[in-house]
Design a protein around this ligand. Structure first.
Ligand code: ZN
Length: 133
């Protein structure tokens, strides 16, 4: 894994949270993107090399809706950038981690992504991501 690419934060109301984080960071989000296949609306803030992703559910079955129902708003996942997501998924599977999808999926911000089951990672939801070249 190369670095922490971003932190994902689950929010109830993306436009309110965008305004809040814009005040906090002193900068507006550089991207707003809906990923219908994942049931999320997202926004991304950039600070130097680090990014923060805000996620709002687009429907009641969205993983974000379920997360907020169980745990409330807050840090949802840590995303690590990898060089080759296929190799990394295979490696982690061989190490005994459970992947939440068999194949990488198209995520927000021009990335191929895959999540690891938090039961195998001390309760931390981990996202692997690779920039789509
Ligand atoms: Zn993410």
């Amino acid at each position: 894994m190369l670095k922490i690419e971003h932190l994902g934060i689950a929010v109830k109301d993306l436009s309110k949270s965008n305004a809040l984080f814009e005040k906090l960071f002193g900068a507006a989000p550089y991207k707003l993107e809906k990923v219908e296949s994942e049931g999320v609306s997202t926004s991304f803030f950039m600070m130097g090399e680090s990014k923060i992703e805000l996620l709002e559910a687009t429907n009641p079955d969205s993983p974000i809706a379920k997360f907020i129902e169980k745990k409330g708003e807050g840090i949802h996942h840590i995303a690590f950038e990898v060089k080759d997501i296929y190799i990394e998924m295979k490696r982690l599977q061989n190490e005994g981690f459970t992947l939440l999808s068999e194949h990488p999926k198209k995520g927000a911000d021009n990335k191929l992504i895959c999540f690891l089951h938090p039961k195998g990672t001390n309760g931390v939801l981990i996202e692997l991501c690779q920039e789509i070249g």
